[in-house]
Design a protein around this ligand. Structure first.
Ligand SMILES: Cc1cc2nc3c(=O)[nH]c(=O)nc-3n(C[C@H](O)[C@H](O)[C@H](O)COP(=O)(O)OP(=O)(O)OC[C@H]3O[C@@H](n4cnc5c(N)ncnc54)[C@H](O)[C@@H]3O)c2cc1C
Length: 382
């Protein structure tokens, strides 16, 4: 009988396993893969303010640094925000976090798939028939989580397509807002439609991750419309959860990271939420195992965190509702602005000018402005 069994050794699971075993608990961390982190399903960007949540030193998993986020509108109008962002080598990052978990004393079992989970008894049946029992189960098994299924939770997912292509040295990552790229993607409602594509350069590798919310036909329309070209090194993709799961806990089982739908639906960034939810879950399980609480008090605590706020989704819905004409008008109002940072104190004059601009101050943009204001207050975005 283990104190805790963590299913999934991605960034969320390895971090939760490490935090729990550092607190002195007997932890097993299982993953169906023999080698974690491959194939890569990530644009590999992590704002530097978010790295401390993983409680790790900077290491060889960083492949470059970026100084600006540039938002590009369909008419090619754009604005920049000064930011510090690390480009990661995701496979190396995942393997580094796994090593930290192992070093902290967690027992690691790779190549082991959890097939059946019972949140009531804490029992996990593995593919080979072996069973594991634990006082607490941490579901960190990604967007199509088995642990979530065992709790009768189904994450709402949106596809993301990506390719890594040759790219010259660059100081910015680019977010393209364009609503007309995915008219033919099937199964998309307006709110889940693709409206955003990205280019994330990896300077040390001389490449960039070019991707979109949507499928490969959308990605092809994006690169062709914006004339983005370079030799293709690899193609990848995955699913991104669209909204926090209806339930994050049932009896002995909790959901963290993508398994709990905690990825930011506005940006698609899920690494910071993975670490944040791992920490909150590890604290709640620790208190339960020490007998300080009668049950694992995770869900209520997690839902109070800004990571799980409905504001991200409202921001996404507001952006998804804008037509390309509206995006172009917004682009004209913002064109050429350079915000010196994400803190309100960084450029009060610019913020004041922006907020008084008739092209930016429209009631339908309110959820977007509200969200950006909250990111400024938090001093980070992810
Ligand atoms: C195309 C794309 C680009 C992205 N770009 C970024 C970005 O630039 N920045 C950012 O912050 N986020 C990005 N994200 C999101 C980010 O990759 C995820 O949020 C992050 O990987 C979540 O970590 P996790 O540990 O919760 O899940 P995962 O990384 O999915 O790890 C889950 C682990 O569970 C294992 N597993 C699954 N099922 C089982 C089972 N039954 N038994 C045992 N093990 C199992 C898997 O093998 C895997 O190792 C992107 C996502 C996509 C798809």
């Amino acid at each position: 009988m283990y104190s805790a069994a963590v299913v999934g050794a991605g960034p969320a699971g390895s971090t939760a396993a490490r935090f729990l075993s550092e607190k002195g608990h007997d932890v097993i961390l299982i993953d169906r893969k023999e080698v974690v982190g491959v194939p890569k399903q990530c644009a590999e960007g992590l704002f530097s303010d978010c790295l401390p949540e993983f409680a790790t030193e900077i290491g060889g998993f960083i492949t470059g640094k970026i100084r600006y986020l540039e938002v590009v509108f369909p008419n090619l109008a754009s604005y920049r925000v000064r930011c510090d962002l690390f480009m990661l080598d995701r496979p190396e990052f995942d393997q580094h976090l796994l090593k930290l978990a192992e070093r902290s004393g967690a027992q690691v079992a790779l190549g082991e798939k959890a097939e059946r989970i019972d949140p009531e008894s804490g029992m996990i049946r593995l593919r080979g028939g072996e069973t594991i029992r634990a006082e607490a189960i941490v579901g960190a098994d990604g967007p199509a989580s088995r642990v979530a299924k065992s709790m009768k939770v189904k994450n709402r997912l949106i596809p993301a397509a990506q390719m890594e292509i040759a790219w010259p040295e660059d100081d910015a990552i680019y977010a393209y807002l364009d609503h007309d790229l995915c008219p033919h993607d099937t199964g998309t409602t307006q709110k889940s439609r693709s409206y955003s594509c990205w280019v994330f350069p990896k300077n040390e590798r001389g490449t960039a991750n070019v991707g979109c919310f949507g499928t490969f036909p959308t990605l092809e329309r994006f690169v062709s419309k914006y004339r983005i070209a370079g030799d293709v090194v690899e193609k990848n993709g995955g699913a991104i959860p669209l909204g926090v799961a209806e339930r994050l806990q049932r009896r002995r089982a909790v959901l963290i990271g993508d398994a709990g739908g905690l990825t930011n639906p506005f940006t698609g960034g899920g690494l910071y939420p993975a670490a944040r939810s791992a920490k909150i879950a590890a604290d709640a399980i620790d208190r339960f195992l020490r007998g300080e609480t009668e049950r694992i008090e995770y869900e209520s605590r997690m839902r109070r965190d800004f990571v799980a706020s409905g504001l991200h989704m409202r921001g996404r819905n507001a952006l998804a509702a804008l037509s390309n004409d509206e995006l172009c008008r917004l682009g004209d109002a913002m064109d050429g602005l350079v915000f010196p940072g994400l803190r309100l104190s960084a450029s009060p004059l610019l913020v004041y000018r922006g907020l008084r601009h008739p092209g930016i101050m429209r009631p339908k943009y309110a959820p977007l402005l509200n969200l950006l204001f909250r990111y400024c207050l938090a001093g980070k975005v992810w």
